[in-house]
Design a protein around this ligand. Structure first.
Ligand code: ZN
Length: 316
């Protein structure tokens, strides 16, 4: 079976956009590789943070909906995103995050990997995981990051999801999407594709008494999985359909093509193609510096720009 290739991006909901930018670019040192708008709600930014080249699999994106209520924990939601950092870098990160006043939890071990859980300014659970495998991933350091290259975030490591009925989701993951069970620890069930290396696995927790989680500031909106090209995308889309979910038609997001569907437990998934990538409509040296709009919104640029909050580069 042709499985997905791993995580493509994770999208979450933030509060005010400037605070989001200050944290992910200023504190965590990721590159803002695309400044666009939510294509379904153009009065809201869509901000993309990644490595310097915006490699698929390095990308954490946000809809800053400042007026939205906080999210509600529960089943059917992604509950945490983890980011890969190089081995022996958590001491650096601990000191940096403490210095910046970030809410952190003690370093813990997850399947043998040291992990530093934190909360972003709007409550999103983010964990930095020391990941030896991440050193072999496609990665371009960001030379204007406040973080020294040897400590920089190398991409998405994984995500966590809470389910009311574990088997419904794991049957779908193994059947329609080609995941395999990699292990269980402290109630977390790890499933991955391929060898389940950095960026190619997910952790699930079953909570039969949980209420339905709800989107809001601080929640994950969806998890996007990488597919190589349009043919690969259609192959997986067909299996998703046969597996009982209802995928959307292919939607052109310009930097990739997307298909969306809920997994059986309710978490929104996406299949996103690896290309063409973020340099398709901007000079790679100046990614993220100006507002990029899809062609059908260009005639409304003046009104859209007037409605969006002005963003200034983060303090570095
Ligand atoms: Zn997406």
């Amino acid at each position: 079976m042709h499985t997905v290739n791993g995580l493509h991006h994770v999208t979450a909901i933030a509060g005010p956009a400037q605070e989001n930018l200050n944290f992910y670019a200023g504190v965590l040192g990721m590159r803002l590789v695309k400044k666009s708008v939510n294509q379904d709600d153009p009065g809201t930014y869509h901000l993309f943070y990644a490595d310097a080249d915006g490699h698929p699999g390095t990308d954490l994106t946000f809809f800053p909906w400042a007026q939205m209520a906080p999210s509600r924990d529960g089943y059917g939601l992604g509950s945490e995103v983890s980011l890969a950092v190089p081995p022996d870098s958590l001491d650096f990160w601990l000191e940096r995050l403490q210095g910046e006043g970030v809410t952190i939890s003690p370093i813990e071990s997850r399947f043998g990997q040291p992990a530093l859980p934190l909360r972003d300014p709007h409550g999103l659970r983010v964990t930095l995981v020391e990941s030896p495998d991440s050193l072999r991933r496609s990665f371009t350091p960001w030379n204007r990051s406040p973080i020294p290259e040897k400590y920089q975030i190398r991409g998405l490591e994984s995500a966590r999801m809470v389910e009311r009925d574990l088997v419904r989701t794991t049957s779908f993951l193994t059947g329609a999407m080609g995941f395999v069970h990699l292990g269980t620890e402290n109630g977390w069930h790890r499933y991955g594709v391929g060898e389940g290396k950095s960026g190619a696995y997910i952790d699930l927790y079953e909570n039969p008494t949980a209420g339905r989680g709800a989107w809001g500031t601080g929640s994950i909106h969806h998890l996007a999985w990488r597919v190589g090209d349009a043919a690969h995308q259609m192959e997986v889309r067909t299996r998703v359909l046969e597996g009982g979910s209802r995928p959307t038609p292919v939607i052109d997001r310009f930097w990739f093509k997307s298909v969306y569907f809920p997994e059986p437990g309710g978490v929104l998934f996406e299949l996103a193609t690896e290309g063409p990538g973020f340099a398709v409509d901007e000079d790679p040296a100046h990614l993220g510096e100006s507002l990029v709009l899809p062609p059908w919104l260009e005639p409304e640029r003046t009104d859209i720009e007037a409605a969006l909050p002005r963003l200034t580069p983060p303090r570095i």
